[in-house]
Design a protein around this ligand. Structure first.
Ligand SMILES: Nc1ncnc2c1ncn2[C@@H]1O[C@H](COP(=O)(O)OP(=O)(O)OP(=O)(O)O)[C@@H](O)[C@H]1O
Length: 279
């Protein structure tokens, strides 16, 4: 997307907002739910993603930042299977999923939101989520012949809506939702797939300033009191600093740093990378 990256200086001066969920440092929780090893995507001679090795732990919130064009969305495309890697591996719960298509990665617990929406505007909010739950549970129309199965699907859909704060909006046509609520619905659709790892690509894009705090709280809730892990690209530094346990910084396709937000912000190489982009 074409938008200005915010400056680090602005971000550093923001108030501390992180609310840890009790995860210890890297050494005490080194079982990665998602790992990339030397992940590389080249177009001709140009490495768009260049040997990125990352580890995401259970319950962890890992933010991905970097100047425009650093390769963040491309990294997500490789992890979710939208693009085939040139080299390297993607591991989910220790299993190599590098060769699997996106829907099979999703079945194994890897959920992704897209910058473009997958919402059916002509259906109600609840109907959208019911369809997603039904798809997760096998999708056959035979499912609906059992009243109890229908009830279970409806209940699970309502749970997903409640989790994202849309409990009272089930009957509204999805196409009429404002950007902020639409993003919440997209997250509810993702939750219907019961993912253990969520990839969120710029969830605040297009959301009005007054809707941002509520959406931030919904996203914060995704890892609170659960083993769910989140990998999130976000340009709003105040938002990502308030959410992330660690930050991965990309620059020219490579991973420049991956550490606690405080350590990353103090890193001279990171500051240079942002300043080098003329910010
Ligand atoms: N299909 C493609 N063909 C050619 N170049 C591409 C393709 N996809 C991405 N690129 C280039 O790769 C680089 C990284 O793009 P990418 O969208 O991954 O960066 P990003 O960090 O997500 O950027 P932004 O923050 O602006 O969204 C950019 O220079 C982009 O133009």
């Amino acid at each position: 997307m074409d938008h200005p990256s915010p400056g680090l200086a602005e971000a550093v001066s923001l108030p501390e907002q992180r609310q840890g969920h009790g995860l210890g440092p890297a050494e005490t929780q080194d079982e990665a739910v998602l790992a990339t090893e030397g992940l590389t995507w080249r177009i001709g001679e140009v490495a768009i993603v260049d040997g990125v090795s990352l580890r995401l732990r259970a319950g962890e919130f890992l933010g991905v930042i970097g100047p425009n064009g650093a390769g963040k969305t491309s990294l997500f495309n490789l992890i979710s299977g939208l693009r085939a890697v040139t080299a390297g591996r993607v591991l989910l719960h220790g299993a190599d999923i590098t060769a699997l298509p996106p829907h099979r990665r999703a079945r194994r617990g890897l959920g992704r939101t897209f910058q473009s929406s997958s919402v059916f505007g002509g259906l109600s909010v609840r109907e959208n989520v019911r369809l997603a739950v039904q798809a997760q549970r096998g999708g056959s129309m035979a499912l609906w012949r059992r009243a109890s199965a229908y009830r279970e699907v409806a209940e699970r859909a309502d749970e997903c809506l409640a989790t994202v704060g849309l409990a009272g909006r089930g009957e509204v046509l999805a196409g009429t939702l404002a950007h902020g609520e639409k993003r919440k619905l997209e997250i509810a659709l993702l939750l219907a797939g019961e993912p253990s790892v969520l990839l969120l690509d710029e969830p605040m894009a297009g959301v009005s300033a007054e809707d941002v705090p509520e959406l931030v709280e919904v996203i914060r809730g995704l890892t609170a009191h659960s083993d769910r892990s989140v990998l999130m690209v976000e340009h709003h530094m105040d938002v990502i600093l308030g959410l992330a346990d660690r930050l991965a910084v990309m620059h020219h396709g490579a991973l420049l740093a991956c550490d606690t937000p405080d350590a990353v912000m103090a890193d001279a190489t990171v500051q240079e990378a942002y300043l080098g982009e003329g910010l």
